[in-house]
Ligand binder design. Structure first.
Ligand code: TRP
Length: 456
């Protein structure tokens, strides 16, 4: 038993605390805003027909994502340990069972699996920094930009090298601990990313196809919506908010007692959703202006944005900055993906953060080769959801994260007693009641309903 009981009966974390409320919001925003918003959201929305998918995604974010995020933070702050130990401790403390630790365990595994492919895509963005800076895309046509992407991902050694570099960067920061560079990186990155996205927005408004892009994103055509698309929307809501796997729980463990969980959650969810919508508004007009296919898949961002930059004055410069920022965004997310596993290894095996980061990071690096090879050597190995990359993505986003979220809301809504949750959320009447209805009924029933309909 670790002795992290403070004198006043409240626990403190072994890993230190966030220096302020703002630092926490920035860290959670840094984990939420990443490739999920700019790389994944547009191509998933494109593959699932646009409007109706986006609508379902927004509903999922508000009625499921928000209560799950609040539940994760409050559980994390109450337990103040890694997700596995926190779930075990609170499970016993609330008179249920230590077996709840398996929810934390599934989250640790989900984080490892997600990072195994996330790092590969982040590696692509690293390459695109260099390609942008050397002017590859200046005045390029859609054909040239598309061929450039195709040739790059076909070269597995180049992809592996970038994956290796990105994992090394991630291990480096994780080894250094909670505060250090992390807070500072996010403080600068999110605003800068916003500025560049708005610059791109002006370009796409002037592309002549803005109306088409907006119509694609916001005109729901429910005939295009299968249960699998609904599940994809739910999975994307979980993925983009970093919820369902204990990462936010781990961050919540470092949250000062007096910070409002509701306020912080609303701020993060709002920022994250806004950036995703912005990315869609930038990308879809470019897709239609250049006769590209919105259902293009994981290459969509890499096939569209360089094209827009290539035609701008100073495009090589802005494109370079953009991919630097996107790499940063991916970096701050990757750190969050590793945190549950690293915190667990530190506490459970009594390792230093550096040792834990190297052990976990090394394993993820090896697993990542499944995704490195999915776009070239093993591109024809298809089963269940598609390539190895497709399967890891489907299993984590569409199954593990929603399942984790389901169990987390059941735990916060049904297992924890009213006093415990009211104590963490500050029982401010209406707001608390709204959360409780969402966490007890709407979110779990909604998740189950979608999972059952999509899987059967
Ligand atoms: N939200 C991140 C993104 O949109 C990806 C992600 C999923 C994540 N789960 C996470 C990041 C957990 C940190 C922690 O890119």
């Amino acid at each position: 038993m670790l002795s992290n009981q403070a004198g006043d009966g409240k626990r403190t974390s072994l890993h230190g605390h966030w220096s302020s409320r703002m630092a926490f919001i920035l860290a959670v925003t840094g984990s939420a805003v990443g490739l999920g918003n700019i790389w994944k959201f547009p191509y998933i929305a494109g593959q699932n027909g646009g409007g109706a998918f986006v609508l379902v995604y927004l509903v999922c974010v508000v009625v499921i994502g928000l209560p799950v995020m609040m539940s994760e933070i409050l559980i994390g702050r109450r337990g103040r340990r890694n997700p596995i130990a926190t779930m075990e401790l609170l499970g016993k403390e609330e008179g249920s069972s230590g077996k709840w630790r398996w929810v934390g365990g599934m989250g640790v595994i989900a984080g490892i699996l997600i990072l195994s492919y996330y790092s590969v895509i982040a590696g692509w963005t690293l390459t695109y920094i260099v390609k942008s800076a050397t002017g590859v895309f200046v005045d390029a046509t859609a054909q040239v930009v598309g061929d450039e992407f195709g040739a790059f991902v076909a070269n597995w050694k180049a992809v592996a090298l970038c994956h290796t570099l990105f994992m090394a960067l991630t291990v480096f920061v994780v080894a250094k601990g909670v505060e250090g560079g992390l807070e500072r990186a996010v403080k600068f990155m999110v605003p800068a990313l916003l500025v560049l996205m708005f610059t791109l927005l002006i370009y796409s408004i002037n592309s002549g196809y803005f109306a088409e892009g907006v119509a694609f994103m916001f005109t729901p055509d429910f005939s295009k919506l299968s249960w699998n698309s609904v599940l994809a929307a739910l999975g994307q809501a979980f993925f983009t908010l970093s919820i369902g796997m204990g990462a936010i729980m781990a961050y919540g463990a470092y949250l000062p007692e007096e910070t409002s969980i509701t306020g912080a959650s609303v701020a993060v969810v709002g920022a994250d959703t806004g950036i995703a919508i912005l990315a869609g508004l930038v990308i879809f007009p470019l897709v239609f202006a250049n006769g590209l296919d919105p259902a293009d898949g994981p290459g969509l961002v890499f096939d569209t944005l360089p094209l827009a930059f290539g035609q701008m004055a100073g495009g090589a410069f802005f494109s370079t900055i953009f991919f630097v920022l996107l790499s940063f965004a991916a970096w701050t997310s990757a750190i969050g993906l590793m945190e549950p596993a690293v915190a667990w290894v530190v506490e459970h095996f009594n390792r230093s953060r550096a040792q834990a980061a190297v052990i976990i990071g090394g394993s993820i690096w090896v697993l990542g080769f499944g995704s490195v090879l999915s776009f070239n050597v093993l591109a024809d190995v298809n089963f269940l959801a598609g390539t190895i990359f497709d399967n890891v993505d489907y299993l984590t986003s569409n199954i593990m994260l929603p399942l984790g979220g389901l169990l987390i809301t059941i735990f916060a809504g049904w297992v924890m007693c009213r006093n415990s949750t009211a104590d963490e959320l500050g029982s401010s009447g209406m707001l608390y009641k709204a959360w409780r209805v969402l966490a007890r009924f709407i979110a779990p029933i909604g998740i189950l309903f979608v999972l059952i309909n999509a899987v059967t």
